[in-house]
Design a protein around this ligand. Structure first.
Ligand SMILES: [Zn+2]
Length: 114
């Protein structure tokens, strides 16, 4: 189960921000401008771009996220091996956060709304 896994260190997060959950890779982002948090579910077989010219990295993610609070665009680019191991990753306009950080913020928000 995921909650027995140890928390990703900052270094691990920069190298591989993705959490594998069954048929999904989940990534947590934070907007550089307003601090809004995002959670993105990337479905294997649906959300990945096939890069047939690149045998070492046949799968890619190229996505732009725009939040509800500001017009800042967050651009996620990543490439993956045939077994969905991360080979390269870059993020513009935001930064990666851990699942724990995302869930803590979501919890705090819930408490505020009570
Ligand atoms: Zn924002």
């Amino acid at each position: 189960m995921w909650f027995f896994k140890k928390k990703k260190s900052n270094q691990e997060l920069q190298n591989n921000p993705f959490y594998k959950e069954g048929n999904l890779l989940v990534v947590y982002l934070k907007c550089d401008r307003c601090g809004e948090n995002f959670r993105s579910h990337l479905r294997i077989g649906y959300d990945f771009i096939n890069d047939y010219d690149n045998a070492a990295t046949p799968y890619k993610i190229d996505k732009i996220y725009v939040g509800s609070k500001c017009p800042n665009k967050i651009h996620l680019l990543a490439s993956f091996s045939a077994s969905y191991k991360v080979k390269s990753v870059s993020l513009d306009g935001g930064k990666f956060i851990t699942k724990e950080e995302y869930e803590q913020k979501a919890q705090e928000k819930k408490e505020e709304e009570k």
